[in-house]
Design a protein around this ligand. Sequence first.
Ligand SMILES: Nc1ncnc2c1ncn2[C@@H]1O[C@H](COP(=O)(O)OP(=O)(O)OP(=O)(O)O)[C@@H](O)[C@H]1O
Length: 681
Amino acid sequence: MASKVRFTVGSNVWVEDADVAWIDGLVEQVTGDELIIRCTSGKKVTANVSSVYPKDAEAKRCGVEDMTRLAYLHEPGVLHNLKSRYGMNEIYTYTGNILIAVNPFQRLPHLYNNHMMEIYKGAGFGELSPHPFAIADRAYRYMMNYGVSQAILVSGESGAGKTESTKMLMQYLAFMGGKVQSGGRSVQQQVLESNPVLEAFGNAKTVRNNNSSYMSSHISFVSQCSRFGKFVEIQFDQSGKISGAAIRTYLLERSRVCQISDPERNYHCFYMLCSAPAEERERYKLGDPASFHYLNQSNCIKLDGMDDSSEYIATRRAMDIVGISSDEQDAIFRVVAAILHLGNVEFVEGSEADSSVPKDDKSKFHLRTASELFMCDEKALEESLCKRVIATRGESIVKNLDARAAALSRDALARIVYSRLFDWLVNKINTSIGQDPSSKLLIGVLDIYGFESFKTNSFEQFCINLTNEKLQQHFNQHVFKMEQEEYTKEEIDWSYIQFVDNQEILDLIEKKPGGIIALLDETCMLRNSTHETFAEKLYQQFKGNQHFSRPKFSRSDFTIHHYAGHVTYQTDLFLDKNIDYAVNEHQVLLHASRCSFVSSLFPPSEESTKSTKFTSIGSSFKQQLQALLETLSSVEPHYIRCIKPNNVLKPAIFENSNVLQQLRCGVRNSITLIYFTGCKV
Ligand SMILES: Nc1ncnc2c1ncn2[C@@H]1O[C@H](COP(=O)(O)OP(=O)(O)OP(=O)(O)O)[C@@H](O)[C@H]1O
């Protein structure tokens, strides 16, 4: 967005600044394209007109509620407006129809009470201060007036406030469409109560290394975040009352179950269970969380502000509410405990060549305990970890696994059990909330991880960033392409509307055949392939592709030039993480469990033969995304972009560079459009 304004001596301007991103000042001298500016900070800078923007000297100190009303809609103007408002605890601002929500990191209960919901009910959009209730109200009214389903897309980086915003949307939809229940729990209550359950099993404490192009160094900060995406579909009957709901989840980060880096944590449920009442801990033979390999890879065991033992009780209560019976709850936590014990089984070389056995009495104890908790045969569990059956032309050969391979097999078992458990929870919640098969109207709320770019980026970041590319394309198609069509119809020149069309990046990732996911699947299916052979394939295939590059001196990393910036991925674990199947030995073992719950997590596969059918996480995720996008394209979308104003998670701190980075990733296109056309999106 280059500035088109002519500056003269005395002009109020914004100029780029290394420390605060944009700083305001007065032009003191103009020489051709060069300006000398006296900044309000006192310093004097020389800048080219291309990096200077006009400043509205008459802008109100409290900013504007809708940024389309700014005298100058450019990056510094938007940033300054959000900052001024944030300083006055005005955390919500519109950009046309999009709501921008800046996380206050403090409770503002007056904004969300019943009185506020009454005020927003039926009020014209834009008549009242920007608010998630206004977005929910508009979606509800469109649905009722036009008989069209709606979706509200809530996006933003981890800790930006997506979950909180989603809760407010739910609260408002329940207020508008809630049924008075004679007994039991209402649909909306159950949807809200399902949050703590999904959070216990799908959230963890993570460390974000914010590697933004704007910031010169990697900044680490801690946040508690969901490691899955969620689409909540609220179904309504013809009279606008809530008649059912469904929750769809996307891509739980499975690798976290076995592998965490300091100072992150594993999923909350593990720590909660280790802090359960003594009687339960004894039953599951659990003790200090630091004694478990899956938890002690990180020094972070306790979280400030989180009491694991009361969270355990709260999760149990939430499970009651969403209809998980106490027998089922016992089985669930038995499985959670079994995973912890499994992680403590170590292997050493056995007497036969390349074979392995549990290392010592301690490992044998954990193996036995895991088998007791899974209610399966101890010997069969050991064999499923230390041996592999290979089927060749009608024959089966039993192959020993060495100690390293046995440990990998143990981790694969832990991951698949946990992911099946998570899927079971989602299904159970959906069954007990109940769907309305006759409903023709729904409002979907999508709460999904934002673009991720860290120091180390693995397969999860790759999938998360694919999601964001897809959503960006949806946004482009919905907003820009429709505008273009409209302009073409009216024979108005739209060639000056610039936006990033990311179809080529999507082709690079998901085209079949030849895209990265297809090449990954191909590599996974070939014996003896490694992450290096995969990387080599990519280098060959995408040589010269403008959205792909090979970092200098790297043997196996690759970089994708995403719409939101360049991200370099480390391929080391791509192959392992992409493989989806339960190896046959694990499948057979757990299907035979004496516990019907465990057995039901591993139903016999259709082709329960010796060979395992190849399925990949990448491809099934791609399909899930496709289905989501199809749903989104059949509904009317509304957008909320959440912004995290600082990395210390404290109120009243607005870090310019940090916010700008998020605006550039998420909001830039909408601002570009408004800037050039003046039209609201
Ligand atoms: N509107 C709000 N009012 C008060 N506090 C908020 C608000 N929005 C967010 N927060 C605070 O910020 C924290 C993080 O927000 P939230 O969990 O909604 O982030 P998120 O975007 O869903 O993160 P993740 O993707 O990691 O799950 C909340 O626990 C809460 O303390």
